[in-house]
Ligand binder design. Structure first.
Ligand SMILES: Cc1cc2nc3c(=O)[nH]c(=O)nc-3n(C[C@H](O)[C@H](O)[C@H](O)COP(=O)(O)O)c2cc1C
Ligand code: SF4
Length: 409
């Protein structure tokens, strides 16, 4: 497949606006400004683009809801927090093709009726922050950003907002709280961000990769885009391949590509013998097969989720008990503590996995873990708590003997 998202990244000076323009960059913005905002939204809806940040919500619908909201002003927030362990795809666009992202955010702002956009970026992404700052200056100098963009009556500004350093800050409502100067903790939904987002105003929040699809949709049409890859969730996808593979990295492939092809053809095969995979980072459930298509529906039908497509491979030398212990240490540390099931559940699960790792586990603890997973899924307020035990519970189901053999007789 011809690359759409990563097509510019190997060009020398790919960050420079001149390189971007010479490859057809900002043509989509020019075209978008000649269209009615409603027609842009219609194209995005037709494309069937769904969010690449993890939740998989239809992008066109989100834009339409925001456009239709009465409240003013409206905002666009680009989620560049990239906090899910194993996810390192957005940084490629941020660092190598910042104008692709800027062009996308500006088009989104025009479509939904916003005059200001924010890029909420992970604080540790120093290089990416500098790249974006330079790109914003260049775009302003070329009248692609700022007052009366390209001579039109549309004005739009973009501000960079450095993340507050916690995993939960990537969750959209916690992110808004942290931008407002509050503690990063999730809000009840509804109201949804399209109604009550950053500073309490209607907001479109989209992931870096989601937005970066927009220029090609505007230039080629939603129908063209909807033909790429899987019919249910079309388009290209950036897969972050890591763990026990020979060639880890970020690979752009159509949604619906098989996991086996990603690992064997692109990732150079498994280092050792394959044992398990987390297809959507540590928030997803383990699968013990490579025979699955990488699209949202197929991965869910196989018993896991694609999430942000952080594909982590584990070989037969991997100690699943220790993996679960590490994952739970992460979640217990990152729980914001606001709701009891997540705050107490992540700690209890961490404790149980540590007991098994130390050879002090008991058979009944495994049932406790499975119960805890259901309770946390049903009662936690945000996705962090809801998904925290996915990996752990699936490991207990798929690799139960690794836990039971550590129980003292
Ligand atoms: C704990 C947690 C962390 C998240 N971290 C991120 C993140 O780093 N980047 C991101 O784009 N979305 C993240 N999300 C998903 C966002 O809440 C939201 O769904 C997304 O930004 C919407 O954009 P999209 O529709 O383009 O996917 C996270 C969700 C949860 C529950
Ligand atoms: S689920 Fe966890 S991270 Fe989310 S609000 Fe509750 S305590 Fe905080």
């Amino acid at each position: 497949m011809e690359k759409i998202l990563l097509k510019n990244i190997d060009k020398p000076d790919s960050q420079d606006i001149e390189t971007y323009i010479s490859g057809g960059g900002y043509k989509a913005l020019e075209k978008a400004l000649s269209m009615k905002p409603e027609d842009i939204i219609a194209e995005v809806k037709k494309s069937k683009l769904i969010g690449r940040g993890g939740a998989g919500f239809p992008t066109g619908l989100k834009w339409e809801f925001t456009r239709k909201e009465k409240g003013e002003p409206k905002y666009v927030v680009c989620n560049a927090d990239e906090g899910e362990p194993g996810t390192f795809k957005d940084r490629v666009i941020l660092n190598k093709d910042p104008h692709l992202l800027l062009e996308s955010i500006i088009i989104c702002g025009y479509a939904v009726g916003a005059e200001k956009g924010f890029i909420y970026i992970r604080g540790e992404y120093f290089e990416e922050i500098n790249t974006l700052k330079k790109a914003i200056e260049q775009a302003k100098a070329k009248k692609m950003l700022g007052e009366n963009i390209l001579g039109s009556d549309f004005s739009f500004d973009i501000q960079i907002f450095k993340g507050a350093g916690a995993y939960v800050c990537g969750e959209e409502t916690s992110l808004f709280e942290s931008m407002g100067g509050g503690r990063a903790t999730s809000r009840e939904k509804p109201p949804f961000p399209t109604q009550f987002g950053v500073y309490g105003k209607p907001t479109v929040i989209n992931n870096v990769e989601t937005l970066s699809n927009v220029p090609s949709i505007i230039l080629n049409g939603g129908d063209w885009y909807s033909q790429i890859g899987s019919p249910d969730s079309p388009g290209p996808k950036l897969f972050c391949l890591s763990g026990h593979v020979n060639k880890p990295g970020v690979y752009e492939l159509p949604l619906g590509t098989s996991l086996k092809e990603l690992v064997e053809t692109y990732g150079g095969g498994v280092k050792g013998r394959f044992k398990a995979v987390l297809p959507g980072g540590v928030s997803s459930s383990f699968l013990d097969t490579l025979d699955v298509k990488l699209d949202y529906k197929s991965v869910m039908e196989a018993g896991s989720m694609l999430g942000s497509a952080a594909v982590i491979i584990m070989n037969s030398d991997t100690d699943m008990v220790n993996v679960c212990k590490n994952i739970m240490e992460f979640f217990a540390h990152e729980s914001c503590g606001h709701c009891v099931p997540c705050r107490e559940g992540t700690r209890r699960a961490r404790e149980i996995f540590a007991l098994f790792a130390n050879g002090e586990g008991k058979a009944e603890y495994l049932d406790t873990l499975l119960d805890l997973k259901d309770t946390m899924y049903d009662t936690s307020r945000c996705g962090l708590g809801q998904a925290a035990l996915n990996a752990g519970a699936s490991a207990v189901k798929l690799f139960r003997d690794e836990f039971t053999k550590r129980i003292k007789k």
